[in-house]
Each structure stands twice: as structure tokens, then as C-alpha cells.
Ligand binder design. Sequence first.
Ligand code: HEC
Length: 131
Amino acid sequence: MRHVIVLLLGLFLGFVAALSLANALQRRHAWLRGTMHVLEHDLRGAREATRANACAAPAALPQVAQRMRLVAEQLRPALLPEGTHDRVLAQYVSQLQDELGQWDPTAACPVQAEALTRIGHACDACHRDYR
Ligand code: HEC
């Protein structure tokens, strides 16, 4: 009888541990997807502004650029938790950060449109391999 109780207790504890691990993974996943949707929203908005030739709207695009850079800084910890190494993935993150750094949100619309296209390519490059 005692063995059965210990066995059941073990099963129950294992179940609880698995559940909390699944929860933690789910939260990571939600955070990463959240950052992705913010990036997508901003990239789409910036592209629409360049297409509408509305690049000079005061502070709008500089604000978007700043937010995208901040969000992109979260990608490394979100995708590469401490202790994991993935040179290619890290390179894709850097590539996006470089392109965001080269985007001048005060430039003329056609110049910005080109920078945004390169940013979009940096998104696609990572998605091709990791999404
Ligand atoms: C370094 C890699 C990497 C870069 C760079 C990257 N993404 Fe992602 N993206 C991912 C991964 C991985 C997923 C899948 C996330 C998941 O399903 O958990 C994803 C998923 C997405 C999704 C779908 C989210 C969902 O709810 O399924 C969108 C939208 C997205 N990315 C937009 C972007 C945009 C816009 C950019 C560029 C500004 C970008 N991503 C740059 C790795 C990246």
C-alpha cells in the first residue's frame, strides 16, 4: 500500500512539474510573439507613411524607429536564453539591429522606403530559418 501511495505521489509531482514547465514555455512564447506583433505593426505603419509621402509628420517616424530599436533589443534574450548559443540566430538579430540603426527616420521618403525594405528583408531572413 505504501508503495502505491509513493508511486501516486511521484506521478502527481511529476505532473505538476511538467505543467509548470509547459506554462513557463508558453509565457516565453507569448512574449516573443508579442514582440513580433509590435515590430510588424510598426514596420507596416512606417511603410504606409513612406508610401503616402508622409515622412515629415512631426516625430511620428522617429518615435516608431526608436520603439522598433528598443523592441529589437529584446529579441536576443527572448530567442537566446542564457546559456544557449546559436551563432546564426544571433547574427540574424544583429542584422535586424544594424538595419534599424541605419534607418534615418528624418530622411526623405524614398530613402526611408529603401531602409524599410532592407529591414523587412532582415525579418524575412530570420523567419526563413527559424520561424
Ligand atoms: C532573429 C530572428 C527573427 C527576426 C530578426 C524577426 N523575427 Fe519575427 N519571428 C521569429 C520567430 C522565431 C517567430 C515564431 C515565433 C513563435 O511562433 O513562437 C517569429 C514570428 C513572427 C510573427 C508571427 C507571430 C505569431 O503570433 O505567430 C510576426 C508577425 C513576425 N515574426 C514579425 C517580424 C517582423 C516584422 C520582424 C522584423 C522587423 C521580425 N519578425 C524579425 C524570429 C524573428
